[in-house]
Design a protein. Structure first.
Length: 103
C-alpha cells in the first residue's frame, strides 16, 4: 500500500475510490501519569506520552489502510493525521485520506 501526503502521484493515473479513515481513542493510565508528573518537574521528553501518541497513530493508520484495502485500493493519497482530546486523560487519533487504485 502506497501512502502519501501528496494529492497526486506524479505520472500515475488513478481511479478515486473514496474517503477512508481510521481512528482510535486511548487513555493514559496511572503509571504513565505518575511518571509524567515527575518528568514535568525535571523537564524533558515525556517518553510514555510519546509512546502513547505513536501507538494511537499506528493503530489509526492501520485501520485507515484496512478500510482502503476493503475498497480495493492500492494507494492512499492526501493522507493526514489529526488528534484531539475527548475528555481529560484521553486522546483521539484520526488518520484519513483518499483511497485510490493506481491504473
Amino acid at each position: 500500500m502506497i501512502i502519501t501526503t501528496c494529492d497526486i502521484i506524479p505520472g500515475q493515473e488513478v481511479q478515486v475510490l473514496g474517503l477512508v479513515r481510521g481512528n482510535v481513542v486511548t487513555s493514559k493510565h496511572i503509571g504513565r501519569d505518575l511518571m509524567a508528573g515527575l518528568k514535568s518537574i525535571a523537564g524533558g521528553e515525556i517518553k510514555s506520552y510519546t509512546d502513547l501518541m505513536n501507538e494511537g497513530r499506528n493503530t489509526a493508520e492501520q485501520r485507515m489502510i484496512d478500510e482502503a484495502q476493503r475498497l480495493g485500493a492500492n494507494a492512499i493519497v492526501g493522507a493526514r493525521y489529526a488528534s484531539a482530546s475527548i475528555m481529560e486523560g484521553t486522546q483521539e487519533m484520526l488518520a484519513y485520506g483518499t483511497a485510490v487504485k493506481l491504473l
